[in-house]
Design a protein around this ligand. Sequence first.
Ligand code: PA5
Length: 446
Amino acid sequence: MNISLNINNVLNFISREEIDKYQDVITRNYKATLEKTGKGNEFLGWVDLPSQISDDLLSSIENVAEKIRSKAEIFVVIGIGGSYLGARAIIEALQNNFAALDHKNKHPFIVYAGQNIGEDYLAELMEVLDRKDYALTVISKSGTTTEPAIAFRILKNHLEEKYGKAEAKSRIIAITDQEKGALKKLANDEGYQTYIVPDDVGGRYSVLTPVGLLPIAVAGFDIQEFVKGAKLMEAHNKAGISFDNNPIGLYAATRNALYQSGKEIEIMVNYQPNLYYLTEWWKQLYGESEGKEGKGIFPAGVGFTTDLHSMGQYIQDGRRFLFETVLSVQQPNRELRIPTDDQDLDGLNYLAGKRIHEVNQMAELGTTLAHIDGGVPNIGISLPKVNENVLGQLVYFFEMGCALSGYTLGVNPFDQPGVEAYKANMFALLGKPGFEKETEKIKNRI
Ligand code: PA5
């Protein structure tokens, strides 16, 4: 395991004793998670997913990905929430920042649909797909989510018109529940290649199932290494390590202690633009898992140094209810140095010869110190570099951290009852059959 946690920069704000107070509850919650006896224990399949993934499943995904790669320039991932964010987080972390423009890329470019209901978005996507060879995966565990269902209906028609029914069929992969849901029935009736989302793995914990692994493999990344990284973190986690040596438990304890001290917003900070979607995935994982029963840390995200020129002002100087968790990458995958300039009109010659990363690291250190001075506690998570293995470790770190944190807060981290409220209103407003009474009621309100 080579991810490390630094909580020294919260100790000006809360004492080590306040963190250590959580030791017993975290230890109990660990046990409940590993032994699957806690709240929502029907959704704890992710706990041993890395060590349980079979070689057969990984090979099958790699083979299907290879077939897609041989005939598609674009691969559309249709899904929302946990059914797309994990794949996007890993793909965007690993791919060239300019992959869309990188014509030398031998792998399909991954695009996303069904994560919004923007009419222009889908119409513009179809205009692009008119001119490109493509394939798609439709991912929905329930098989009944409106956003991906609309996108799939439209793109299925598009694909069939473009290639004919038989060829279209070979370009569609469905990832859904083993038995239930409209998508499962459709996939069976049409004979699509199908992968299963295990019953005991909820959407936001599903990146290590075909939900995440297929798109990641199609994009050309090494899913074996990704799983290996997660397995490493799983093994470390199960090794009965002490509270002090357990970064996951300490992360959960520290953020709960900060929350109790009035720090209600956790801002995930990164200094690498390709980690933007990792933050989005983390926001979903923690927001949907913990925000319930009137409780929960609000997860937010910023990308520095970009957002130092916008949100930086608030973080430094605004209301003091924030703490930061900084994802620090120790080594970039490339090297670029600042050149000397004879005239030095921009005054940058004092940096000549230095790597850009060195400047980024000093920006990070300077910001951390400034924010601590400004009253913002800082948790550090250090990654040696960004690759499949480290991302696999990080995914498991955050999943387990989320379960422990949620249990410590006293909520069920594996349900999402609050998500239903907007759906019920939307269905009532759209006049969905079965919602007649709600339609009547809502009409009187507006
Ligand atoms: O984490 C979750 O469970 C949710 O975010 C779901 O992934 C999301 O609502 C999509 O659900 P489904 O896969 O059933 O379409």
